[in-house]
Design a protein around this ligand. Structure first.
Ligand code: CP
Length: 308
């Protein structure tokens, strides 16, 4: 098994195709564990991880904690409101404090772009970016790619439509970096106000016509409308968004037969994706969550194994 090139996993922009292959192959072994009746391995025995979340999370935080526990490690959590950050401690001082407690891996989510990178430069522990601002969410993209590989055998040559609030989506950005490295063709679509001008420079197609994006796609990935990050006026109304950009059964029918339907969650049900599409046999939204545990087990294993 090969190592990752860095002590940290901060984004897919700086992760090679070989490394992504290695993570996905390792996740395949981990999936066997989590779908068995004995979810226990010794891989993280004697290792300690801390999730440091400055934003809310259900899937990412819990899947890292479960991944650690399934591999016999010690998992702890600290949130901004419950830490000494609320007393004025800096991010670096908080990180160093956690580091000298013997932490092996810190998993950070933060509203500011670059916060996990700053942390990584100041600690001995491996740092995993669990979402920084509107920059990257690499472990989400890895689990998305794992889900595609599981279904199609390979990512190379797939047409992947990413639909919705591209502008505010760290999931979209990590998927664009990862999927293009793995040989997929990506088309990003959404209202013009939720697209960003530099997207085409990343080697993908961009269109504000969702029907064009979905036509012939092997994978249709809906993104959450991030109402909390959005300045008012980026689209006229939720109803209009649903009508022109929502993933409905009619719209999905233009994709390839049995195209995968994906969404990173949490979902604004009935807004960016209909309940019918979510419940369809081609929807992999639940499978993505399961695969998230396998991918995060793989990463924790690989990063702790390579620590000096
Ligand atoms: N997809 C994702 O990051 O979900 P959470 O915000 O629940 O972690």
């Amino acid at each position: 098994m090969r190592m990752l090139g860095s002590k940290d996993l901060l984004g897919l922009r700086e992760t090679s195709a070989d490394e992504i292959h290695e993570i996905l192959n390792t996740a395949e072994l981990m999936k066997v564990v989590i779908t068995s009746n004995n979810k226990k391995t010794p891989h993280l025995q004697g290792k300690s991880i801390i999730t440091v979340f400055y934003e809310n999370s259900t899937r990412t935080r819990m899947s890292f904690e479960l991944a650690c526990k399934y591999m016999s490690g010690t998992a702890s959590n600290i949130s901004a409101s419950a830490s000494s950050v609320s007393k004025g401690e800096t991010l670096i001082d908080t990180a160093r404090t956690l580091d000298v407690m013997g932490t092996d891996v810190m998993i950070m989510r933060h509203p500011m772009t670059g916060a996990p990178h700053l942390m990584a430069r100041n600690v001995k522990a491996a740092v995993i970016n669990a979402g920084d601002g509107v920059n990257e969410h690499p472990t989400q993209a890895l689990l998305d790619m794992y889900t595609m590989k599981e279904r199609f055998g390979s990512i190379k040559g797939l047409r992947v439509a990413i639909v919705g609030d591209i502008r505010h989506s760290r999931v979209a950005r990590s998927n664009i970096y990862g999927l293009t490295k793995m040989g997929a063709s990506v088309v990003a679509s959404g209202p013009p106000t939720l697209l960003i001008p530099d997207l085409e420079g990343l080697g993908i197609e961009v269109t504000d016509r969702v029907d064009d994006a979905v036509r012939g796609a092997d994978v249709v990935m809906g993104l959450r409308i991030q109402l909390e990050r959005q300045k008012k006026g980026l689209f006229p109304s939720i109803r209009e968004y649903r009508k022109f950009f929502g993933l409905t059964e009619e719209r999905i029918a233009a994709a390839r037969p049995h195209a995968l339907v994906m969404h990173p969650g949490p979902v604004n049900r009935g807004v960016e994706i209909s309940s019918e599409v979510m419940a369809s046999p081609d929807s992999k939204i639940d499978e993505q969550v399961t695969n998230g545990v396998a991918v995060r087990m793989a990463l924790l294993f690989m990063l702790t194994r390579q620590k000096p």
